[in-house]
Design a protein. Structure first.
Lengths: 266, 270, 318
């Protein structure tokens, strides 16, 4: 029963997304264009560094670029969510009347949408990258299993983290400031334009103290085979840690927010 | 003079009201300014992270690329400030704003351009301007009347070229359903391209962002010319002087696309 | 007759629509030939999708006709759009010409600048419209805070600020309460009387047509099917009024009242509905005849609504 409810929400999120096929095509054009520009710059950087830049050779850099481009449609790096709108408008009070956990239901819907986006955006991006530019991928099938797990974890961590942004709306009248801060920091620390390995140490340390690398950087490192087995497992472990942390925070915030709504009469 | 004042009065009235309303919510406006500055700053940081790990990239060192970033980001931000709302034309179409423009005795495109202004982009332009000043200071620029003229020409042409990109995107979206992302690939992808040394591009990228949408002319080529660097394939070092030609080409492309878009709207759309 | 303010000749407009994968052509307006003289007040009515909005967009130069010709205020709407804009005012019921985050007064000021009104003309016209549309209290209110009725009055003022010769109103009273409708109609009647303004309005409201229009154009599937007075239209289709009477005690069906037709009864005859033709008898005579037969507590006379008239016309053609 429990599983079926969330499975249905997941499917609903999936279906809704499939109606935007033309937008998806436009998204693919944008993805590919940005990908090719990144290729030009980062490949040149690898060359300039003598073929090896912070552990990335050209093949690994290509894998980084195209997998991260492919994940772009599935990872929320904007900070805006439907949930934030519902909390602001007070519609969330209706959600609390339903016999589901509002927090988990929101995340199930969000993850459904994101997983669907892998089909029109994720796979073609990777395919274009592999075909046009070429990339190095691991030979070991186990790396793919771990990579797939890592990608799913990344998508879920994105949903659970951005939910926390929306949840600030229970207390703040205007959440736009939090959303903007999230937008600016998340892309940078998730490794959207530059792999965080290239950061100076202090900046790298700052990035790893946030859940953002778990959304994109770690899955990319795991599936591209830039890191080996033990290190991969470590990164996935970090993702699990951030998943647990953000879910716990989300549960607490939702309960406290609900109490606040009930006290104030929503 | 009086005639010009009378002719521009309608546009000034709209713009003045937009500015008033943006500044009237002080807390919001301050937040917008801060976030806009932060976005610019992070984009500069991304360039810095890459260039700090290598000696030079595409013939540019860190100092030179800061200058490229400064020119590109300053001119893009100012174009975004004045023209950035043009590419949200699907919203205008849905709300019927465009039909309302038809009922007013000014040209449609001028009405669209002057229908809004994003003052918060000033903060980001500030980041760009700072990078520009720092870039001019730390590079070994042979100052003369002609180098001053080159910088001025680059700034004016860069602004015009990016502005044309927004108008082009507006025109193209009359055709493209849900096409905002596709045009973003070239408008915002163009901004990203403009901060790169074009020497790292392969031929197809050079064709698209070097010439079709002349992004290399907005910052990179003028800087190459200013610093007396050798240009890459297809782009000799003196090409920076041709930035105004690139701006004219961008506007030609933009106006033709806009005209075709409006015809399409009047003829086919409802 | 002076030069027409609207003249169309065999006007037609098609749309290509995507129907699944296939594309097909839909005829929105077909062979429309109309002349409207300055000062007329014309009701342009028809079902949804009959081509009314398309015609208005062609009048204003927003859409290019597929066939035929159109002149508005003696100008070609598409080619002479900017000159036409000085002579035409359009109120779209669904889209706003006001700036939603600004006070009403500011929108008027901007529009005055847009239409290059002289300071004197601006002040006089604004004062006139503010007074007649009772906008005084609203001038300092941001548009987004106005009620629908208030906003519509402000929209009408905005569209009329430059004293256009031709005013086109697309569903101006839709969604308004009775009082707001009444005010708006009174204003339009007065505006027309003082300035000789030509009115063209699309509406679903019979009250609008009765109180504002002296001529009706009825369209069906893009074609003109009636051009004349409302009375003439009612005669053609036999539009009847319904008298609803509430009686003091239960009564048998009133089937023998002269010149009426019994339509129905409720509550064992406590409420009865009688249809009558206003051309043949009057409400007073019907009431007198009913009173001879039963004690009447209350009554109401229902107007035929536009939809009903349109439906009858459509039915008679199919």
């Amino acid at each position: 029963m429990f599983v079926r409810t969330y499975a249905r929400l997941f499917v609903a999120g999936f279906r809704r997304q499939s109606t935007y096929r033309l937008a998806a095509l436009g998204g693919l054009v944008a993805n590919t264009t940005f990908g090719l520009l990144k290729v030009a710059l980062l490949f040149a950087a690898v060359d300039a560094a003598g073929g090896q830049l912070s552990g990335y050779d050209v093949g690994a850099m290509s894998a980084y670029i195209w997998i991260s481009q492919g994940l772009l449609g599935s990872i929320n790096l904007f900070g805006r969510t439907d949930m934030a709108v519902r909390i602001r408008s007070g519609d969330v009070a209706v959600d609390f009347l339903r016999p589901v956990d509002v927090h988990l239901a929101t995340i199930a819907t969000e993850v459904g949408r994101s997983v669907f986006a892998l089909l029109p955006r994720g796979l073609p991006s990777v395919a274009i990258g592999a075909f046009v530019v070429g990339m190095s991928l691991p030979d070991d099938p186990a790396a793919y299993v771990l990579g797939a797990l890592s990608i799913v974890l990344g998508i879920v961590v994105s949903a659970t983290t951005v939910y926390l942004v929306a949840a600030t709306g229970f207390w703040l009248v205007e959440t736009r400031g939090v959303e903007i801060l999230y937008m600016v920091v998340s892309g940078f620390f998730a490794g959207l334009f530059v792999p965080i390995r290239l950061f100076p140490d202090w900046l790298h340390a700052a990035a790893t103290a946030t859940p953002f690398p778990s959304m994109m950087m770690y899955p990319v490192d795991v599936i591209s085979g830039r890191v080996d087995g033990a290190e991969s497992a470590g990164l996935v472990g970090l993702q699990v840690f951030w998943l647990a942390t953000t879910i716990a925070a989300g549960q607490l915030a939702t309960r406290a927010g609900r109490r606040r709504l009930e006290v104030q009469g929503g | 003079m009086g005639d010009l004042a009378a002719r521009t009065a309608p546009y000034r009235a709209v713009l003045a009201s937009r500015m008033r309303s943006q500044r009237s919510y002080r807390a919001n406006f301050a937040l917008d300014l801060a976030s806009s500055a932060l976005v610019g700053f992070v984009e500069l940081a991304e360039v810095w992270v890459i260039f700090r790990s290598v000696d030079s990239l595409g013939g540019l060192d860190l100092a030179a690329v800061v200058l490229v970033f400064g020119v590109a980001d300053l001119t893009f931000s100012l174009a975004d400030l004045a023209f950035g709302h043009c590419d949200t034309i699907p919203t205008y179409l849905r709300a019927g704003t465009l039909d309302v423009f038809y009922l007013r005795p000014q040209p449609l495109l001028l009405q669209l351009i002057t229908s809004d202004i994003s003052l918060r982009r000033l903060a980001r332009a500030g980041v760009g301007a700072t990078a520009l000043v720092v870039g001019l200071a730390i590079n070994d620029v042979a100052w003369s009347a002609s180098s001053v003229a080159l910088v001025a020409l680059a700034l004016a042409s860069g602004f015009a070229t990016f502005a044309a990109m927004f108008v082009w995107a507006a025109g193209a979206q009359f055709y493209l359903i849900d096409g905002a992302e596709a045009t973003n690939a070239f408008v915002y992808g163009g901004r990203y391209a403009a901060t790169q040394p074009a020497a790292v591009w392969d031929r197809p990228l050079k064709a698209v962002f070097g010439f079709l949408f002349p992004m290399a002319f907005t910052a990179y080529l003028p800087v190459v010319t200013l610093l007396g660097l050798p240009g890459p394939e297809w782009m000799p070092g003196w090409l920076g002087w041709c930035a105004p030609v690139a701006a004219l080409w961008a506007w030609l492309l933009a106006l033709l696309t806009w005209r075709a878009g409006v015809r399409h709207y009047q003829g086919g759309g409802g | 007759m002076s030069a027409p303010i609207i003249e169309t000749h065999e006007l037609g407009r098609d749309f290509r629509v995507r129907d699944g994968v296939r594309r097909r052509t839909v005829v929105a307006v077909d062979r429309l030939s109309v002349r409207v003289a300055p000062g007329e007040a014309v009701g342009y009515i028809g079902a949804n999708g009959a081509g009314k909005s398309t015609t208005i967009k062609m009048l204003a130069g927003i859409l290019v006709p597929t066939r035929g010709s159109i002149t508005t205020c003696g100008l070609r709407p598409v080619q002479d759009r900017r000159r036409l804009a000085r002579q035409i005012g359009v109120v779209f019921g669904q889209r706003s010409q006001l700036w939603w985050d600004l006070p009403v007064r500011d929108s008027f000021r901007i529009l005055a600048a847009i239409h290059s009104l002289s300071p004197v003309a601006e002040r006089e016209r604004t004062d006139e419209l503010v007074e007649r549309l009772e906008l005084q209290e609203l001038l300092g209110t941001p548009v987004r805070q106005l009620s629908l009725g208030q906003r519509m009055r402000a929209e009408v003022a905005a569209a009329l600020l430059h004293s256009p010769r031709l005013v086109v109103l697309d569903e101006p009273t839709i969604g308004l309460d009775v009082l707001s409708k009444q005010r708006l109609r009174e204003f339009l009647v007065a505006e027309r009387r003082t300035h000789g303004t030509t009115l063209l309005l699309t509406t679903h409201d019979m009250g609008d047509v009765e109180r504002l229009c002296d001529r009706i154009l009825l369209v069906d599937r893009g074609s003109l099917v009636y051009d004349g007075t409302l009375a003439g239209l009612s005669r053609t289709v036999g539009a009847q009024r319904i008298m609803v009477v509430d009686l003091a005690s239960p009564a048998g069906d009133l089937v023998d009242v002269p010149q009426t037709r019994h339509v129905g009864s409720e509550g064992s005859g406590m409420r009865q509905r009688l249809a009558f033709d206003p051309e043949a008898t009057t409400a007073a005579r019907v009431l007198a005849a009913v009173s001879e037969r039963a004690e009447v507590l209350d009554l109401a006379v229902e107007e035929p609504d536009v939809e009903d008239v349109v439906r009858r016309v459509y039915a008679s053609r199919r």
